[in-house]
Design a binder for this molecule. Structure first.
Ligand code: 13P
Length: 251
């Protein structure tokens, strides 16, 4: 994996047939991409995405996983299952999982553990709510999310972790963080990682920004010194827009 990574988070969108069609549309547009490209699709679309991306450099991500290898967890999917089918990545701790499905810093930590043990690369999402930003506690909130999620993760394992900073107030709202706001928190995350590990680990870490990133604002956001990529929601569902963002990424 390179340092710069543009990942689409399709959320609960696209059927398997639609996923195949969208990936087929994206493929030629990103064939010469200088950065790593990932599509994060619903569980039911994973096989279609793996088939459609075969022979390309596009990676496939799931949007969650459970920490146990198997067991009585109705409706859950084990990291091991994803790994066996050929999935390389998993998005964990997304604010929608935290807000609507009860994920906590502690459960995210367990999911990260399970995913790393299974051999997956994790895209760990962190970010503050608007009230928290207004209270001036963004730094504390994000630092805690990072520290708890990375509890027990070794420096070697950290090479398989991408952190995505997604301010909740910017997700799906059209309200993008300014490039300065995005960079400020991404830099803070890098500093936290430096404190937990060392300078080299912090430097190597891929930190993405996510939250209403689109074809128009991507270039400015991605030009920031501590922003190494993007986690894209809505704009990842349109092949030309997603491709524009991929090509806006610095190398
Ligand atoms: P939007 O790009 O739709 O704001 O979503 C961002 C996001 O949540 C990606 O994980």
């Amino acid at each position: 994996m390179g340092k710069y990574v543009i990942a689409g988070n399709w959320k609960m969108n696209k059927t398997p047939a639609e996923a195949t069609a969208l990936i087929n549309e994206i493929k030629p547009l990103v064939a010469d991409a200088k950065v790593d490209v990932i599509v994060g699709v619903p569980f039911i679309d994973l096989q279609a995405a793996l088939d459609a991306t075969k022979g390309t450099k596009i990676g496939v991500a799931a949007q969650n996983c459970h920490w146990e290898k198997s067991g009585a967890f109705t409706g859950e999917i084990a990291a091991e299952m994803l790994k066996e089918m050929g999935v390389g990545y998993v998005i964990l701790g997304h604010s929608e999982r935290r807000t609507y499905f009860g994920d906590t810093n502690e459960s995210v930590q367990k999911r990260v553990r399970g995913a790393l043990d299974a051999g997956l690369t994790v895209i760990l999402c962190v970010g503050e709510y608007l009230e928290q930003r207004e209270q001036g506690i963004t730094g504390e909130i994000v630092a805690t999310q990072v520290k708890v999620a990375l509890g027990g993760v070794s420096a070697e394992e950290l090479k398989r972790v991408i952190i995505a900073y997604e301010p909740v107030w910017a997700i799906g709202t059209g309200k993008t963080a300014t490039a300065e706001q995005a960079n400020e928190v991404c830099a803070l995350i890098r500093d936290v990682v430096k404190g937990l590990y060392n300078e080299a680990a912090a430097k190597e870490l891929t930190i993405q920004y996510g939250g209403s990133m689109n074809a128009k604002n991507a270039e400015e956001l991605l030009a920031q010194s501590d922003v190494d990529g993007g986690l894209i929601g809505g704009a990842a569902l349109k092949a030309p827009d997603f491709s524009t963002i991929v090509h806006a990424a610095k190398v």
